[in-house]
Ligand binder design. Structure first.
Ligand SMILES: [Zn+2]
Ligand SMILES: [Zn+2]
Length: 89
């Protein structure tokens, strides 16, 4: 098979960061946590991330929920979404 240029495959080795336009490969050097989330350290911390699977929407990684959530769910530059902050207080 000569489809090595295919970007959308999620299986196979050499996992790529799922942020749009990011070519960082998540390899052994990354933390297991980032590897599991398929985000490079830069996009893990980024205020806004566009994903390959949904380029129209801006996301941010929510540290409370442990996943990417839509930017509208956050207040300011916080890293936890509004709903998780509400339940925490
Ligand atoms: Zn990235
Ligand atoms: Zn959240």
């Amino acid at each position: 098979m000569a489809d090595s240029a295919r970007l959308e495959t999620s299986h196979g080795r050499g996992k790529q960061c799922k942020a749009l336009g990011c070519t960082t490969l998540l390899e052994e050097g990354c933390s297991r946590y980032l590897l599991k989330k398929r985000l490079c350290a830069t996009h893990f911390k980024a205020e806004a991330v566009r994903c390959k699977h949904d380029p129209q929407t801006l996301y941010r990684y929510c540290q409370q929920c442990g996943k990417l959530e839509e930017l509208s769910r956050f207040q300011g530059t916080k890293r936890s979404c509004k709903s998780s902050l509400q339940s925490a207080e």
